[in-house]
Design a protein around this ligand. Structure first.
Ligand code: SAH
Length: 222
């Protein structure tokens, strides 16, 4: 996108529509509410101005402090796997820029989002305030501990990779709840782990494929 086009909201709308077609639908994402939300939420609000023209590209982008805003496809893939219902209570760990937080908020009842790095937390909060979403609560903390005061959650989504699923997150999952977390011994050997808690509290696990996330740093992370 040229600089002239980048300052034009219509050009962003077109770039977003292309992103939905070429990066999401063409790769098998088909949940209509999710596609609608990703076609609507302005990803360019969530990156620095210098990167705004790249904000609908098929890749993660730097958000400072060695962290990244996730690639649109991986956001869509994880959220589709979690099968969000409109009234679900969601816990998000590693809210970063706030982009995925905004998509989750569009699809669920309430989002509780935790970020551990203060400058990124402040940026993410400012980005979300610009959008005026009311069903989001943010906290600056180590998200590997979850957010016990607000538990239980129907859905927990972790946007950074750790050695294992943090036990407090499993505890804070409601019966029928779903958790997705990248796990693996190093960044180039991560897999997306999907856990479901049944109505008796039993857990089923599956691996949804390889991925590459920044480190989950904390008490139950690295
Ligand atoms: N969903 C975000 C992804 C940001 S990258 C986005 O699209 O912008 C992952 C984020 O996880 C980083 O901001 C990093 O600081 C944060 N993070 C890493 N370990 C964490 C922890 N233990 N608790 C909370 N956030 C954590």
């Amino acid at each position: 996108m040229s600089d002239v086009a980048a300052s034009n909201p219509e050009a962003y709308r077109i770039a977003r529509r292309k992103m939905v077609e070429a990066q999401l639908k063409a790769r098998g994402i088909n949940e209509p509410r999710l596609l609608e939300a990703m076609g609507r939420v302005p990803r360019h609000f969530f990156v620095d101005e210098a990167l705004a023209a790249q904000s609908y590209s098929d890749s993660p982008l730097p958000i400072g402090y060695g962290q990244t805003i996730s690639q649109p496809y991986i956001v869509a893939f994880m959220i589709e796997a979690l099968a969000l219902a409109a009234a679900d209570r969601v816990l998000e760990i590693g809210s970063g820029s706030g982009y995925q937080t905004a998509i989750l908020a569009a699809l669920s009842g309430e989002v509780f989002a935790v970020e551990r790095l203060k400058p990124i937390f402040l940026k993410g909060r400012a980005n979300l305030e610009k959008l005026g979403l009311s069903n989001i609560r943010l906290k600056l903390d180590d998200g590997t501990l979850g957010w016990p005061e607000m538990a239980p959650y129907d859905v927990i989504i972790v946007a950074a990779g750790g050695p294992k699923a943090p036990p407090p997150l499993i505890e804070q999952l409601a019966p029928g709840g779903r958790l997705i977390v990248p796990v693996g011994p190093s960044a180039d050997k991560q897999q997306l782990l999907f856990l479901r808690k049944d109505s008796q509290g039993g857990l089923s696990r599956s691996l949804l494929g390889g991925c590459r996330f920044v480190n989950l740093v904390g008490r139950h992370g690295w």
